[in-house]
Design a protein around this ligand. Structure first.
Ligand code: UD1
Length: 422
């Protein structure tokens, strides 16, 4: 039986919270360290479960990895093992990001299919197609992506969709390819920009970071570097929503507020007073939130990872909200749990219509992924009574010191340890 959180309803979150490095950046930066022989140091890393899991993946490839507080040091050998099949591969999605660097450096890779959040079918066709266009063969065999190339050569690649993972893998293979690669319809997420910044520090030649056209001039080799991870905009936004749903007042630091322009605007539409700061923002909500519609899209659209928080907000808002999910079809599984908490919500799988209620009511609920887990905690804070949120290991994968931060800001929340196995 897993651990669970007991969340008391009725708290108003007030205070200041510091956000550290982005989960969806650090894991890719760790993979990028495979591209250069020597010691790469990454700072401002979040102390979350996924970081040691990714460290295990890199160790299985022959790297020395030291995780010390917020600093991860990776020593990459001259000869890498190109077979990534450690048990940790199946526990996180980002493990697939070793594919591009391994193909780039070793010209071959056998990478176990990744795990991660069960938020919908997560195919790798665009990753594979991009590598094929760079001259590698790619197939799925015995649960692994197998890719091999005599030589990688630059190519013009059009992505069907601005996939974050496919952009990262193709980019990390292309930096060591012969000639120039152009990735069109590339993802523009700040985490991709962060990866481009670190790769450039390592000696890669990349133009267009943050735009939908990335041009990569391949180089023969890269050098290790030291890099600070950007602040986690998803965790930052989580606190923004937490202030809005609990009618609280939170100052959030450690994140670039421009990564959250659209999110902060939505919170304003919901009635919050929002101020941007140099290194964060402040959200104050004095009254019941107003209903707001949300549509998830690739960056700079509204992030799909924030959709559960939008639903939590809509559930207690004054009026009816429509939430449209365009990326991951199973994220709306979250709604079943919200209904247990008394939300008036219906979905056809692509859209959800939510009529806000004055007050949710507590119930036992189950987290199906990282963001859904946190969304349930936010909803529990607005519910009458004590809500039990189960399967909180998901939350530990993405939110450092979550319970401690919540409690410090005024929530009554306790982690209840699992009973010892008999
Ligand atoms: C990353 C993030 C995840 C976030 C998502 C979208 C990490 C570890 N995870 O996931 O938190 O929700 O970006 O912002 O960084 N697709 C295909 N074929 C492919 C690749 C993707 O059809 O080859 C589809 C997916 O099913 C999905 C959409 O493209 O519908 C977007 O996926 P993608 O951007 O690749 O997300 P991830 O990189 O998996």
């Amino acid at each position: 039986m897993s651990e669970h959180f007991r969340v008391e309803g009725g708290a108003r979150l007030v205070g200041e919270v510091e956000v550290v490095g982005a989960k969806n950046s650090v894991l890719k930066l760790m993979a990028a360290a495979l591209l250069a022989e020597g010691t790469t140091t990454i700072t401002n890393c979040p102390e979350i479960l996924d970081v040691p899991l990714m460290a295990d993946v890199l160790r299985s490839l022959g790297c020395g990895v030291d995780v010390d507080g917020d600093t991860v040091t990776i020593t990459t050998p001259a000869e890498l093992n190109h077979h990534a099949d450690s048990a940790s591969m199946g526990k996180l999605r980002a493990s697939v990001c070793v594919l591009g660097p391994l193909v780039g450096r070793c010209k071959r890779a056998v990478v176990a299919l990744p795990g991660g959040d069960a938020i919908g079918s997560r195919p790798l066709d665009m990753h594979q197609s991009g590598l094929r266009q760079l001259g590698a063969s790619s197939s799925i065999e015995h649960g692994c992506v197998v890719a091999e190339a005599e030589d990688l050569r630059g190519a013009q690649i059009w992505l069907d969709f601005p996939s974050v993972g496919a952009t990262e893998n193709i980019l990390m293979a292309a930096v060591l390819a012969n000639g120039t690669t152009v990735i069109d319809n590339a993802a523009r997420e700040p985490e991709i920009v962060d990866l481009c910044t670190m790769l450039a520090q390592m000696g890669a030649k990349i133009e267009g970071a943050g735009t939908s056209t990335l041009t990569v001039h391949g180089v023969r080799s890269l050098q290790p570097t030291r890099h600070r991870v950007i602040g986690d905009r998803i965790v930052g936004a989580t606190w923004g929503f937490a202030a809005a749903v609990t009618r609280g007042a939170l100052t959030v630091r450690g994140v670039d507020p421009h990564h959250l322009d659209l999110v902060l605007d939505k919170l304003r539409m919901a009635g919050a007073e929002v101020a941007t700061l140099e290194d964060g923002f402040r959200v104050v909500m004095d009254s019941r939130p107003r209903a707001v519609d949300f549509v998830t899209l690739p960056y700079p659209g509204f992030a799909t990872d924030l959709q559960p928080f939008a639903i939590a907000l809509a559930a207690v808002a004054d009026g009816t909200s429509m939430i449209t999910e365009n990326l991951f079809e199973s994220r709306f599984r979250f709604i079943e749990e919200m209904v247990r908490l008394g939300a008036d919500a219906r979905t056809d799988g692509h859209h959800a219509v939510i009529r806000g209620v004055e007050r949710l009511s507590s119930a036992p609920v189950w987290a199906s992924d990282i963001r859904a887990g946190v969304g349930l905690v936010l909803a529990g804070l607005c519910a009458q009574g004590v809500t039990e949120v189960w399967d909180v290991f998901h939350i530990d994968r993405g939110y450092p010191r979550f319970v401690e931060n919540m409690a410090r800001l005024g929530a009554t929340i306790h982690r209840i340890a699992a009973p010892p196995e008999r």
